[in-house]
Design a protein. Structure first.
Length: 179
């Protein structure tokens, strides 16, 4: 799990597949500390958490990998492609890779409408409106966010095959691809 974060995704997958083991990397030590708490005594023995980016991950080969809500934070100056290539390099041939991210074009005339929809949905879902106060500014300031077409092209350029969308809601999109 590249961008292991606070452990919520790892916990969900570990509960789904009790026989699986996980390796997670994240550059934020505080997030990994939180992950250890979230995973608890039952799951922690099956998880290795490593501070750092994808380059800190063991060589593998791994049976699968995820990159959830991370690619949109990585600059598209060659860094996105290198990240995807490093993930692919660590996978067994044919292994599944799941990429999920927010995709949008801040220069699009639809951008503000997309953010309005996101804020309305989040508010209706019970998110405190105060936490959404700077959502528009922070999303507009994120120059690393790419369009769905760009993310899909990067997957293919990184050497993944069988790229297909499995999830789409508003501007959130998920793909499965294979090494």
């Amino acid at each position: 799990m590249v961008g292991a974060g606070g452990g919520l995704d790892t916990r969900a997958m570990a509960r789904f597949a009790p026989g699986w083991r996980f390796t997670g990397v994240d550059p934020a030590a505080k997030m990994l500390d939180l992950a250890r708490v979230v995973l608890g005594d039952e799951i922690n023995p099956r998880v290795e958490l490593i501070e750092g980016g994808v380059e800190a991950a063991p060589e593998g080969p791994f049976d699968g990998a995820t990159l959830i809500l991370v690619l949109g934070l990585i600059p598209d100056d060659g860094s996105k492609l290198r990240t995807l290539q490093e993930i692919r390099r660590r996978l067994k041939p044919g292994a599944a890779f799941v990429l999920v991210d927010r995709c949008d074009d801040a220069d699009s005339p639809d951008f503000d409408r997309n953010i309005d929809r996101y804020i309305a949905y989040a508010t209706a879902s019970g998110v405190d409106p105060d936490t959404l106060g700077n959502a528009r500014a922070s999303h507009r300031a994120n120059k690393a966010m790419a369009t769905a077409a760009r993310d899909e092209a990067l997957l293919k350029e990184a050497g993944f095959s069988g790229v297909h969308t499995f999830y789409f809601a508003m501007n959130w999109q998920g793909w499965v691809a294979y090494a």
